[in-house]
Ligand binder design. Structure first.
Ligand code: HEM
Length: 508
């Protein structure tokens, strides 16, 4: 009858619990029951088969067979680190986001760095953009700034993303990445010229996650308490400086250590050499958006000559206790914003607002926000109900809104979204101000002679493998259009006829 009252509710209960507890380091099954033999299966006698009743054998094999979850469909290979962000001032004139509300205000963060295309066990030395995703656990909920180490992107419309990734991932026939496939795709995407120039520069092979910058890439909105809107771009500037590997150096590193970026980050933190980044923001008033030759909400563009304001500094100082639970189960999504930060109309970002939270319900389950690494550090009072793996506590029978019940949750008009004036019709048209090539040319001309030579060699190495001369020459014409010297040098390196490339470029 000792089970008649909850165990532990009285001294007697505690004493009984202690009497029955097994030794502190006794192996248990998932139900907490002690294991008597973890070396030998239960069998029918000395020569008979194994018994289905062996709970430990069955549970071990069953759990083992379910250890893998789907890897991220992109950015599968990554490394996570904890730290904090400290605001450099009170930016409430610009944004109501509380994390920027006072100098010295500290917000815990979790950052995951990643490669993009290659799978979860792939070498960290391979050419790729690098992901730079930050989860800010703010006192108004989580804000995920899901950026990259390069300031722009390949495409400007989310509808192209699955095709782009298919072309860059291994062929469904050969299971090998193939420049014939992705340059075939990019020959139809002239706006990718700027990003391809970044990726094929040595910035596509950073020496360390600590020595690269991060960018939000898109325009976002800062909204202040009066509802005033500014368009902003975010930039993490590494306090360690920028350091990249040449293709030769990357090859040499890969021969010795293909986990080089994870090793570097973990080793630096173990040595208390904590990496830090300053967060800067560029700010435009809505009426300034029309004053550029390109569309400032086009993710293939940077905002040249727009001053940057420092918002604060992030320091990373703690590696996860468990890689899977924290780094693999981390779910970053651009849609997770806090009051004072909103999405712009950028149609690449608009697609991302849907895609991440959606894939995470598949990769991790519908209650992935309840996992310790993703859980906000403020009370969650959502009326979401049930779903697989639900561990969210609820002790109220009100799970709907609105309600007259005392203590029922209510929305608050102070947190309404800002308003955007609109006119016109629905449409399916590309943006008006494309300016596909100029910024790629500016980037090329800003490089040192050595950086230019490395870029040409890196590009020629892959473009030189393309068998279809139409694809190859169209790509060459894009680089030529960006800068004649740039295009002519790659053309020469791959054995193309410069006059033909010049003719194609003139027609663009
Ligand atoms: C990861 C989609 C563009 C940065 C992902 C994931 C998806 C995705 C489905 C996997 C998420 C997960 O399983 O948790 C898209 C789509 C894009 C796009 C549809 C364009 C329409 C971009 C851009 C950036 C970016 C422009 C950078 C500004 C990242 C990063 C991750 C990621 C950093 C990894 C996050 C992590 O560490 O868990 N993306 N992406 N993506 N994406 Fe994108």
């Amino acid at each position: 009858h000792r089970y008649a009252r909850p165990l532990g509710a009285s001294l007697l209960g505690l004493a009984l619990l202690a009497a029955h507890a097994h030794a502190q380091n006794t192996l248990t099954r998932a139900n907490g029951a002690p294991v008597g033999d973890n070396q030998n299966s239960q069998t029918a006698g000395p020569a008979g088969p194994a018994l289905l009743q062996d709970a430990q054998l069955v549970e071990k094999l069953q759990h083992f067979g379910r250890e893998r979850i789907p890897e991220r469909v992109v950015h599968a290979r990554g490394t996570g680190v904890h730290g904090q962000f400290v605001s450099a001032g009170d930016f409430s004139e610009l944004t109501a986001a509380s994390l920027f509300g006072a100098a010295g205000k500290t917000t815990p963060v979790f950052v995951r760095f990643s490669t993009v295309i290659h799978p979860s066990g792939s070498p960290e030395t391979l050419r790729d953009p690098r992901g730079f995703a930050t989860k800010f656990y703010t006192d108004q909920g989580n804000w995920d700034l899901v950026g990259n180490n390069l300031p722009v992107f390949f495409i400007r419309d989310a509808i192209k993303f699955p095709d782009m990734v298919h072309s860059l991932k291994p062929s469904p026939v050969t299971n090998r990445q193939d420049p014939n496939r992705y340059f075939d795709f990019f020959s139809h995407v002239p706006e990718a010229t700027h990003m391809l120039t970044w990726v094929y520069s040595d910035n596509g092979t950073p020496a360390s996650y600590r020595t690269m910058d991060g960018f939000g890439v898109h325009a976002f909105k800062f909204v202040n308490a009066k509802g005033e809107v500014h368009y902003v771009k975010f930039h993490w500037k590494s306090r360690q400086g920028i350091r990249n590997l040449s293709a030769k150096e990357a090859e040499a590193v890969q021969g010795k250590d293909f986990n080089n970026l994870t090793h570097d980050l973990y080793d630096a933190i173990a040595a208390k050499n904590y990496p830090a980044w300053d967060l800067y923001v560029q700010v435009l008033k809505p009426e300034q958006l029309s004053g550029f030759a390109f569309d400032p909400q086009d993710a293939t563009k940077v905002w040249p000559n727009v001053p940057e304001t420092k918002l604060g500094t992030m320091t990373l100082d703690r590696v996860p206790a468990n890689f899977f639970q924290e780094t693999e189960q981390a779910a970053f999504a651009p849609v997770r914003m806090v009051p004072g930060i909103e999405a712009s109309e950028d149609r690449l970002l608009q697609g991302r607002l849907f895609s991440y939270a959606d894939t995470q319900t598949y990769r991790l389950g519908v209650n992935n926000q309840q996992l310790p690494i993703n859980r906000p550090r403020v009370p969650v009072r959502a009326y979401h109900q049930d779903g697989a793996m639900n561990a969210g506590a609820t002790d109220s029978d009100v799970n709907y809104q609105p309600s007259e019940t005392a203590g029922a949750y209510a929305d608050d008009a102070r947190y309404k979204a800002s308003q955007l004036p609109l006119s016109g019709t629905t449409q399916q048209q590309r943006i008006a101000r494309t300016m596909n090539f100029e910024q790629a040319g500016e980037l090329y001309r800003s490089l040192s002679p050595q950086q230019k030579s490395n870029l040409i060699a890196n590009l020629a190495g892959d473009l030189g493998q393309v068998k279809d001369s139409r694809v190859r020459d169209t790509m060459l014409s894009y680089f030529y259009k960006a800068d004649a010297d740039y295009g002519a040098r790659i053309a020469k390196a791959v054995g193309a006829r410069p006059e033909q490339i010049e003719r194609l470029a003139r027609a663009l």
